[in-house]
Design a protein around this ligand. Structure first.
Ligand code: ATP
Length: 623
């Protein structure tokens, strides 16, 4: 039996988990089990019927990949009960002895720190290896778990791969995360129409598009479902995207083209307010109406074919910001690494692109959001891997982002979120100017200008041991700091710019009444330019579509209300959506979860209520 780990050997997520177990009084030497009766197990399985029906091929493929190494695949429901398993003796027999089996509850409060329970508690993927398990009898295990989400963002269960601790490999978690993403994509595809007809074709599509963004739309171009990659791309939580028009994010002409094209055509879909674009392919029903959109990143070849676009639409009339951009253009040609700092939404990404464009570097601008990649995949994403480098790796290997940015610029956004283990590897590449793919011994020389960005206080992260001091100094050979919106003097110009974008969407000119400006100017703008854009868009829609007028008045602004609590400020927005959400919640509660009765109380049809619940999936009664 292995000994308990030292506290500093546990990753921070597991330290919190151990603390929770101690608080609950879990006994590491004597585990209490919580088991379902056969009938209860059947009920819980039935509730996950859609998931199993949609994801069976993915779970079986995952099992085929891990069975040679004696691993088993498990699925738990959202309460931690294992409802399905794929595995073979002798390992399943050892696992059954500690009740790692169907019908048993693996929540932390029952089984102590373990991958299923901790992934549930944190809603995050996690590895729990050997003596990182809180209970002694589980320390022969290594387990990798990732949350399973519905296409509307609810946590429905946990996907877990477990095996003998001696066979631990950090990359296995990446494989589990990828399979969980594929399950979500598969559920999304199943819940869109025409499933049976498209079945074979879509199976391939799912396998190809594991982590690729997928969006399902209705015939009006409103988003009905999406996966996490798509939500990340759109920059909003999944639930906030449901029911929204694609034109909220993408250029309206491109969206129109996409909705009317045949399903063999691809469209370049540009973000409405930036020069980032995606390749999108629509899938249509027999009446030639688009109901599903696959998005894929543009390849460097795509990008090069239309040359490096200038940073268009950059608005600034604030001396502080102009100084930053002037300095940026001056330092652009130098090979020094650059650290861009600034609060979220201040334009760090736009500044990094401006530096690349002014640098004269011929290669691509490649952006990586370090906070969005699972920790275990950061290195393979940045440095690439050889074929067969690890279980679940792509057949032909993978060229990492450093190689993709060769001769160009690599933008490492949210650098403060990079796991410490990967920081060492990054530092080595910066020092040696060579990358070695995982599974290879051959260093490949690369000529890459690195720009990193963060909204975090990196000095504090260094002091707390979360960020390596040597990497911090290496990344900060030059530094640019973008001011927050509240420090800028050009709010009106920016607001006008964002208003023009909405005017294009709405197809009419909109004015702003004089009383609006002081309200905007006195607000704190925690979300900076991104938040300003959102407020202007919401106000314009409220004025035009709800009030039917062409000018924005203070009543159209979402209430920018602050509640002081200690030193912390929270901002709440009240809008038509809020009122609608409250009314639906109250009706469902009054009708004790019966949706037909709730619809009657609201005076709307049952179908309309269902449609509205896409917008507020958290209000759906739990079954
Ligand atoms: N000078 C500008 N003119 C017009 N739009 C801008 C300008 N700067 C930023 N924006 C817009 O503001 C939004 C936020 O900018 P950006 O994504 O570059 O911020 P960020 O600091 O990188 O955000 P995060 O910290 O969340 O990564 C984007 O929609 C961007 O197009």
């Amino acid at each position: 039996m292995q000994t308990e780990p030292e506290r500093n050997e546990l990753p921070p997520m597991l330290v919190s988990s151990w603390q929770r177990c101690r608080k609950w009084g879990v006994d590491p030497k004597r585990v209490q089990d919580e088991l379902l009766t056969d009938g209860e197990l059947e009920d819980r399985r039935e509730r996950m019927h859609d998931l199993f029906q949609a994801c069976k091929p993915i779970l079986e493929t995952l099992y085929t990949q891990v069975r040679q190494s004696d691993f088993m695949v498990l699925v738990s429901d959202r309460d931690g009960y294992i409802v399905a398993k794929w595995g073979e003796p002798p390992f399943t027999e050892r696992a059954s002895r500690v009740r790692l089996d169907v019908g048993a509850n693996w929540e932390e409060r029952v089984k102590g720190t373990n991958a299923i329970g901790t992934a549930l508690a944190e809603s995050k993927p996690v590895t729990v290896w050997g003596n990182q398990h809180f209970c002694e009898e589980n320390r022969f295990l290594t387990c990798y778990a990732a949350p399973l989400y519905s296409p509307t963002g609810e946590l429905v269960g946990i996907l877990d791969v477990s095996g003998d601790a001696r066979l631990h490999h950090p990359h296995t978690l990446g494989m589990v995360i990828t399979a969980a993403q594929a399950c979500q994509a598969r559920l999304l595809l199943q819940q869109t129409r025409r499933e049976l007809v498209l079945h074979m074709r879509e199976m391939d599509a799912v396998m190809e598009s594991l982590g690729q963004p997928l969006i399902a739309v209705d015939t009006d171009g409103l988003i009905t479902r999406l996966n996490q990659s798509a939500a990340r791309l759109l920059g909003n939580p999944m639930a906030d995207c449901i029911g929204q028009p694609m034109t909220r994010w993408f250029d309206s002409d491109d969206v129109q083209a996409l909705l009317t094209k045949s399903d063999r055509d691809v469209t370049i879909l540009s973000f409405a307010d930036s020069d980032v674009s995606w390749v999108a392919k629509s899938v249509q029903d027999e009446r030639k109406r688009t109901f599903r959109i696959h998005l894929a990143g543009r390849t460097p070849a795509d990008r090069q074919s239309d040359g490096v676009k200038p940073v268009s639409n950059l608005v600034m009339d604030c001396p502080k910001v102009r100084k930053v951009f002037e300095l940026a253009v001056r330092i652009a040609p130098s090979p020094l690494t650059l650290l861009i700092r600034g609060e979220t939404g201040t334009g760090k990404d736009r500044l990094a692109r401006a530096v690349h464009e002014a640098s004269g570097r011929k290669g691509a601008f490649v952006a990586v959001n370090c906070g969005a990649i699972p920790a275990t995949l950061v290195e393979s994403e940045l440095f690439g891997y050889e074929k067969g480098a690890f279980t679940g790796a792509r057949k032909n290997g993978y060229k990492g982002k450093f190689e993709a940015a060769d001769g160009g610029t690599l933008f490492l956004d949210e650098i403060g979120d990079m796991p410490t283990a990967s920081q060492v590897a990054l530092l080595r590449v910066l020092e040696e100017k060579k990358v070695t793919r995982i599974g290879s011994h051959r260093p490949i020389p690369v000529d890459v200008r690195v720009i990193a960005a963060t909204h975090q206080n990196l000095e504090q992260a260094v002091a707390e041991g979360r960020f390596r001091a040597d990497l911090f100094y290496r990344l900060r050979e030059m530094e640019l700091v973008l001011p927050a919106l509240r420090e800028r003097t050009d709010l009106r110009l920016l607001a006008d710019h964002f208003l023009k974008q909405v005017e294009q969407e709405l197809g009419r000119a909109i004015k702003v009444s004089a009383e609006v400006w002081p309200i905007l100017e006195q607000y704190d703008w925690p979300g900076n330019l991104r938040e300003l854009r959102q407020v202007i868009r919401q106000a314009a829609y409220q004025a035009c579509l709800i009030r039917g007028v062409d000018w924005i008045t203070p009543q159209d602004l979402p209430t920018l209300r602050r509640e002081e609590s200690g030193s912390e400020k929270t901002v709440s927005f009240f809008s038509i959506d809020d009122a609608e959400e409250r009314a639906i919640a109250q009706a469902i509660q009054a009708a004790h979860g019966n949706l037909s009765a709730a619809a009657r109380l609201l005076g709307i049809g049952r179908t309309t209520l269902y449609r509205k619940l896409h917008k507020f999936p958290h209000l759906k009664p739990r079954c």
